[in-house]
Design a protein around this ligand. Structure first.
Ligand SMILES: C[S@@+](CC[C@H](N)C(=O)[O-])C[C@H]1O[C@@H](n2cnc3c(N)ncnc32)[C@H](O)[C@@H]1O
Length: 212
């Protein structure tokens, strides 16, 4: 992702403290109260400019969504989309997902979405992949026993790695597609990267993984 520093982005974000939550650790175990309902809570890690999570929040008003993105220069675009749409079932964390377990309690998150996560091709960087065992262990600590990870990518190596890693970590793999856009899937909400890669003719791969 090309990241340009956006002057004033942080000041703009600070104007919406209920939309981009500054201290999520203070809400650990209290997210239902924050949303003011008992609807399920799904998160996306690496939200980027927010096309996916904002689209999902529009499509599923009975679900609460939390988008986590470490770069201010892109999450600000996601925030502006929510302000424009007037959605109330979505918030953002401008944080690194490394600290997920400080923000959520066991059973608090039903599903984790990972879309076009950074591939980290060098072996010594595999630990940074969002489907590495180290991250899967964190997801298990915030999800219920039947929690799910949904993953989309255009990167074959990352997809193979993720199939292996998820199956080794006790997830049941289901609804695997090696060519999502020709799979007959309904209600697929596209991400920015998905649109860009599929316009270039690249195949999009997708899987769902459910905890045993
Ligand atoms: C390749 S982009 C994909 C963006 C978007 N999901 C899409 O499909 O268009 C990956 C995004 O994940 C974010 N990211 C990567 N690792 C992260 C982490 N540990 N915590 C939060 N965000 C992360 C990056 O900053 C980047 O914006």
């Amino acid at each position: 992702m090309r990241l340009r520093n956006k002057p004033g982005a942080m000041d703009r974000i600070k104007q919406f403290p209920n939309l981009v939550i500054d201290k999520p650790e203070a809400l650990k175990g209290l997210w239902k109260k924050q949303f003011n309902n008992y609807n399920p809570i799904n998160i996306e890690i690496g939200t980027g400019r927010g096309d996916f999570i904002v689209g999902m929040a529009k499509l599923h008003p009975q679900v609460n969504f939390i988008g986590i993105e470490k770069y201010t220069s892109v999450i600000i675009d996601a925030m502006e989309k929510v302000i424009e749409e007037g959605l109330t079932n979505i918030v953002f964390l401008n944080k690194d997902a490394d600290k997920l377990t400080e923000y959520f309690e066991k059973n608090e998150v039903g599903r984790v979405y990972l879309n076009f996560s950074d591939p980290w091709p060098k072996s010594r960087h595999h630990k940074r992949r969002l489907t590495h065992k180290n991250f899967l262990d964190k997801y298990k600590l915030i999800m219920p026993d039947n929690g799910e990870v949904h993953f989309k990518t255009d990167n074959v190596n990352l997809f193979e790695f993720s199939l292996q890693s998820l199956s080794e970590e006790n997830f049941i793999l289901q609804n695997i597609s090696l060519d999502l856009h020709n799979s007959g899937i309904k209600n697929n909400v596209m991400t920015e990267y998905e649109r860009k890669f599929s316009e270039k003719g690249q195949k999009i791969m997708r899987l769902e993984a459910k905890l045993k």
